[in-house]
Design a binder for this molecule. Structure first.
Ligand code: FEO
Length: 400
């Protein structure tokens, strides 16, 4: 049965949420589910914005048909061709063969790459082009690499509604309300929004900054993303977070201690370090990299101003879960932070040097203090070194 949700007098939510998916993009856990948003405008012409993931396709097609109420579909605007939005494209087109598909040139090519589709009824648009549906008119904004190269935003100049593709999206199913101002966003969604941003879009900060500059020239009153709640109040809060995130600036002053331990001694060092940071008055969090899922670790690394990487040496290298974290951070252009290093090894400790070599390739990373080296376990001498390192980290955090 259809489940259409009105947004304004002529704009309707026709997407749906999947709470059964375990891994988004077959890699990111989504225990709170995920929504695939699509919007239908009933103006003098009817305009459908994007299709959806196959998991909600039946509901979506019922929603579209019911919302159209027998009217024909005039336009399908495709902002993004990643299959979580486009996998039902062909089903939709076969249901509404008269619809004109409005999209970017790159997306039009992707349609042919993904589907047995001849490109009929496609109208190519580029930045600055305008599509009128009657009372509404839509200006297109190019948003390459946010998060694929073909991405377009569209902006309804009549209502100030920005259809922002993946940008401003978040993991987390929509439950009842579809509006950010009707849920406790900071409590329920912020952690997932941060994890979504840094893991999905975080590599492309420069491109996000470019599109935020374009957005600053628009009088935006509502943001309709392809995932998560719709923003119609307090837009400055979320735009501000995106600005901070995409500049690779920390969201919070504080330390996050990541440790990779085999038998517990390296973890003991991490706890001593974190305790001393806290006793010096600075905020601190601790994660065992073997126990916390990688996308959460990545998001937490981006969140804080200072990081400590505390790792055992393993097979003459960095303990693998720690190496995976560092490689994942590098893949997301991690930069612009202060960091400290602690290594452990029972006969040839070298994780610290290897971690420093990796981090040395990242932009604007500043080491605080000297690397602390343990031989198998923490002795009083190393505990003193850890406390001294913690004092340096805390002083630097509190001085900023
Ligand atoms: Fe939600 Fe890049 O797809």
């Amino acid at each position: 049965m259809h489940n259409i949700i009105p947004i304004t007098e002529d704009l309707y939510y026709v997407g749906g949420s999947d709470r059964r998916l375990s891994l988004f993009e077959n890699v990111y856990p989504v225990p709170r589910g995920v929504s695939y948003n699509s919007y239908l405008l009933l103006d003098e012409k009817t305009v459908l914005f994007d299709t959806v993931d196959p998991s909600v396709a039946d509901l979506y097609l019922e929603n579209v048909a019911a919302a159209l109420g027998g009217r024909k579909l005039d336009y399908l605007v495709v902002h993004h061709m990643e299959p979580d939005h486009s996998a039902t494209f062909l089903r939709l087109v076969k249901s509404y063969p008269e619809a004109t598909i409005v999209t970017s040139a790159k997306a039009a090519q992707m349609m042919k790459n993904f589907f047995p589709f001849d490109g009929a009824n496609v109208k190519i648009v580029k930045e600055g082009d305008v599509l009128s549906s009657g009372k509404h008119s839509f200006t297109f904004v190019a948003a390459p690499m946010v998060h694929w190269p073909e991405v377009l935003f569209s902006f309804d100049t009549a209502t100030g509604t920005l259809f922002s593709a993946d940008a401003f999206g978040t993991f987390g199913a929509l439950g009842g309300s579809i509006f950010a101002d009707e849920v406790n966003f900071k409590e329920e969604f912020l952690s997932d929004a941060r994890r979504y941003y840094f893991n999905i879009v975080g590599k492309y900060g420069i491109q996000v900054q470019s599109v935020l500059k374009k957005a600053a020239g628009l009088d935006i009153k509502t943001i309709c993303p392809l995932h998560g709640p719709i923003w119609r109040k307090d837009l400055g809060y979320y735009l501000g977070l995106y600005d901070t995130w995409s500049k690779y600036e920390p969201e919070e002053k504080g330390a996050v201690v990541f440790y990779g331990t085999i038998h517990g001694h390296t973890g003991n060092a991490a706890e001593i370090l974190a305790t001393s940071i806290a006793q010096s008055g600075a905020p601190v969090k601790v994660y065992d990299v073997s126990q916390t899922e990688l996308s959460q670790l990545v998001a937490e690394a981006f969140r804080y101003s200072h990081l400590a990487f505390v790792s055992a040496t393993y097979n003459n290298g960095i303990f693998l879960p720690m190496e995976q974290l560092l490689q994942d951070l590098a893949a997301h252009n991690f930069q612009n932070r202060k960091y400290a290093l602690v290594e452990n090894g029972s006969w040839s400790p070298q994780a610290g040097t290897l971690m420093k070599n990796l981090i040395g390739e990242w932009k604007n990373m500043t080491q605080i203090g000297e690397k602390v080296t343990l031989l198998s376990s923490v002795k009083e001498e190393q505990a003193e070194e850890l406390r001294a390192l913690a004092a340096q980290l805390a002083a630097d955090i509190l001085s900023e």
